[in-house]
Design a protein around this ligand. Structure first.
Ligand code: TPP
Length: 249
């Protein structure tokens, strides 16, 4: 029989706790496929966040370390500096990375730490039940902005890639939407490039993935994907914001 579908070796054989239509499972798979293709599973250390992906250490089949909320880039810095031959990545939500962990991500990027950041932007705090995040859209209803995010009260969404692109430190910054096969494949190619940049010793790389959260957005999964495509990309335009000058890694 011809094998057409297989679990990546870098994922454990287990069920995840993610909701139907959530992007985390797809993104886990993409990261695992990249680990398989680069043959780096045995030397990779992932840093799990606080957020819906808190149990990522139960899903990835590589070494994992849990960090306090927002502190994954600092923990990853320590691991990578102590064990420079290892491949180190953080996996972070927008609450983790762009709220409580803003200082850590900015300084890790400015120092051009040779780590890879997988940044899952779902415009909300998922794990805690749908509160407003720094990336929540203007007018978006959440548990803490029930009438829609009002910029007079709650300011404006933070564009992480654009902000980090003002720094000299980062080597690779890219944003992609998790909406269809073309873009999911693009997400994988960005992730692969980000890991390759780390393997080449070229410093900080980050891939921001615009990802659906049907449960906390109060939408059906198919509508949530549509909302990413139609609304999120207007505020968070996909693209490559920084890449190594030499072109290909
Ligand atoms: C120090 C600290 N502050 C607050 C919390 C509560 N908390 C847990 S997860 C989370 C935000 C999660 O949102 P995000 O990072 O966007 O990830 P998601 O769950 O959406 O994937 C918060 C505020 C905590 N666990 N620790």
């Amino acid at each position: 029989m011809k094998l057409v579908f297989e679990r990546p070796k870098s994922l454990q054989l287990t069920k995840t706790h993610y909701c139907p239509g959530c992007g985390h499972g797809t993104i886990h798979r993409l990261v695992a496929e990249v680990m398989d293709e680069l043959n780096i599973k045995e030397k990779t250390i992932g840093v799990a966040p606080v957020g819906c992906a808190v149990l990522a250490y139960n899903y990835f089949d590589c070494d994992m370390q849990q960090a306090a909320h927002g502190r994954a880039p600092a923990v990853a810095t320590g691991i990578k500096r102590a064990l420079p031959d290892r491949v180190v990545f953080t996996y972070q939500g927008d609450g983790d990375l762009a709220a409580i962990g803003t200082a850590e991500i900015i300084h890790a990027a400015a120092r051009s730490e040779n780590i890879t950041v997988v940044f899952v932007n779902n415009a909300i705090y998922g794990m805690t039940g749908g509160q407003m995040a720094p990336t929540t859209l203007i007018g978006q209803r959440t548990e803490t902005s029930p009438y829609g995010r009002d910029p007079k009260l709650a300011g404006y969404p933070i564009r992480v890639c654009e902000m980090l692109a003002t720094l000299d430190g980062p080597s690779f910054l890219a944003r992609v939407e998790l909406t269809d096969v073309k873009n999911i494949n693009r997400a994988k190619s960005y992730l692969k490039k980000a890991f390759e940049i780390q393997l080449a010793g070229k410093g900080f790389s980050l891939v921001e993935i615009l990802s659906p959260c049907p449960t906390n957005w109060g939408m059906r999964p198919v509508d949530a994907v549509d909302w990413v495509r139609k609304e999120m990309v207007k505020v968070f335009p996909p693209g490559v914001f920084k890449e190594p000058k030499e072109g290909n890694v």
